[in-house]
Structures are given as structure tokens and as C-alpha cells.
Design a protein around this ligand. Sequence first.
Ligand code: T4K
Length: 373
Amino acid sequence: MNLPQHDLAPPIQVTRPSMPEFEAYVEMIRPLFETRWLSNNGAHVRALESELTDVLGVPYVSLLTNGHLALETAIDVLGLTGEVITTPFTFASTTHALVRKGITPVFCDINPIDYTIDVTKLEALITEKTTAILPVHVYGNVCHVEEIDRIAKRYGLKVLYDAAHAFGVTHDGQSIATYGDMSMFSFHATKVFHTIEGGALAYRDGAFKTAVDLAVNFGITGPESVEAVGGNAKMNEFQAAMGRCNLPRFRDDVRKRRAIVERYDKRLKDVPTLRLNRRAEGTESNYAYYPVLFKGDRRRRDEMMDWLAEHGIFARKYFYPLVTDFACYAFEANVPNAKYVSDRILTLPLYPDLTMEMVDRICDVIIEGGNRP
Ligand code: T4K
């Protein structure tokens, strides 16, 4: 196949943030230049928290400066100690949050179908020191939430979901945020819904609200009163304003993402060397990522990534290396499925502005690259 236009086309990154109209954002931040109330639980933060409780279907949503600090805050608020069972197939943040809080991560393998934590291997990892399970709805694929809930109840464990990828996802008609004790969402610029940087904790138990508030703002309870050793993880007004501009556009963005995913599926489903992401029955996805697994030798994935880059297409190895192989860690873990997937997975460009022509171009390059000797 002849692909001469590739050299001329602008590069395609794995993602590109969705942006509101410039004027809409300016209108949203204009009052801040009058009020000069820029942070510390301002009006936009309070309004966005309220708007998000509706979207996420939980009574409590607390906004934080980013998803990572939201995870660390949740670990504190839930009182996690000792060991926490988690997945190695995730972004660095999930494990770093545990380790930075003095907790030993215990790695459970993933299932090879949807890449979430393998619930059949969870119980064998529980010890007297286990206080919680920290699963990840990776790519927005829903963890086996009912089974995780059953195991947690049986052993008296807390469940904290890393839902960084899963904003707006529903399972059996129920918001993903309603599972477990708490869910953390990332609102980083690269996410389906973003506040530039940002994150949230969603939870049903009002008892956590005060503890989150204290943790996020230095434990301050009044002008002359500090009741807890909190830190600073406050979202500012410019972040929240961006969120308030983006939120009404979120459903439309998901529709655009779905159309792109359907096009990818159609073009790539019969490529014998590829295994596409499977979205579970009963799940309404947010189409956050488009991972493809290259079967066979792991070099196939690396060569394809280079081939795509030669054509100006920058896919990413989310998530390689596995957390357990990070230079800063020396964890022993029996996680063969995670290793297999991490060595072969590539996430293709996916964002609302990606045109069908670009998707076709990416697919053409992949198919041509796969046919090379
Ligand atoms: N848990 C999980 C499972 C996560 O995936 C993450 C974050 C977290 C926890 C922590 O949440 P946050 O604290 O971040 O809220 C990116 C994101 O920075 C990170 O938020 C995300 N996961 C991770 C999966 O992806 P990098 O190191 O890949 O980012 P970077 O700078 O290479 O950007 C990726 C692509 O996005 C670039 O090729 C171009 C594009 N981009 C990026 C930015 C920042 C833009 O076009 N504009 C931009 O402003 O981590």
C-alpha cells in the first residue's frame, strides 16, 4: 500500500485534551478577577463537587489537586496500614501511593480477559496484615466488583478503587463510584473529563467527609483551630472552572470516543496478530483508552510502536514496565498474566478530536506494518 501523505501529516499523539471554547472558559474565570478568591474551597470547587455528585451517583465527592494525592488521602482517611493487595498492571501512582504511605503492596495477578485484578487469586494473598484491596479499573474496564465486595466483607477488608480511568462508567446501570469504600478519579488533562490537573474522591459514607476535608487543608477547622495533621491537596478555582466548562461536554465526548472505538474495532478485528479490548456485558464504557495486544513474540509490539512512530503516530505502552519491574522497586511477585500483557500491549491514539481519516490512517499503518516480512 502507498502511504505518501504520512510524511506530511502532523504527528498524532496517544491523546489530546478536550478543550472548551476559549470564551466559555474566560466567562467562567472572569468573576475570579473580581472576587480574588482563587483557592481554598472556592465557589467553583463547591459547585463542581455538587455537579459531580449527580454524575457519579454518590452523596459525597471531594475535589483534590490531582488523582495521586487523592489516592494518598484516601489511604489516610480509610486508615490503611500493613499490607494492601493491588495490581501491578497500572500507572506508577497506584503503587507509589501505598509505598509513600508506609504500606507494603502485595501484588495480585490480573486476568487476561479485561486486565483487571484476578479475583480468583485474591484470597490466597490475604494475611493477618492485610487491611485493604486496591484494584484498578484499568482502561475504564470494570473490575469484578461483586466478587471483590464479597471477599472484602468476608475478611473485613476495606476496598479503595483506583478509578482514574473510569469516570462516568456504569456497571449494570450503576455508577462505578458506588462500589467499594471509596473511588479515586483522576481529572488530569489526558483523561476523558479533566480539570487540567485534578482528582476526586467519591464515597457514600458521610463519616469520611470531615476526615477528607481535614487531610486536604492542613487539618484546619477554623481561624484559630487546627485539629489534625493534614496536608495540602486543594483544587484551585481555575482547575474547577475548567471542569465546569468540560462537564456539560462530557457525554458528547464519550459519544465521539465510542464512534472512534467502533471504527478501530471494525478495521482491526480481523487482524490475526491482534487481540482487542473486551468490554464486559452490562458495562457502559467511557472509551478512555484503546489498548491492543500483540500476540506472539513481544518484539512485535515494540517493532509496531517504532513503525507507527516512523509514520508520525505516537502510541504508548500503557502499562510497561510493570510496577514490579520499576528501578525504584525490588518486589517479588508471581504475576505471569500481567507480565505477558505488559510485554505486548500498546494503547493507540484516542481522543474526541481524532478524525475518522486519522483512525483509518492509523489502521492502515498497523495493517501494513503487520504484513511486513
Ligand atoms: N492511577 C492511574 C491508574 C493513572 O493512570 C493515573 C494517571 C493516576 C492514578 C494518577 O492520577 P493523576 O495524579 O495524574 O491525576 C499520563 C498522565 O499524566 C497521568 O495522569 C495518567 N495516569 C497516565 C496514564 O498518563 P504520562 O507520563 O504518560 O504523560 P505524558 O506527559 O507523556 O502525556 C501523554 C500524552 O498526552 C502526550 O503524548 C501528549 C498528550 N498531552 C499531555 C499533556 C500533559 C497533551 O496533549 N497535553 C497535555 O497537557 O502520564
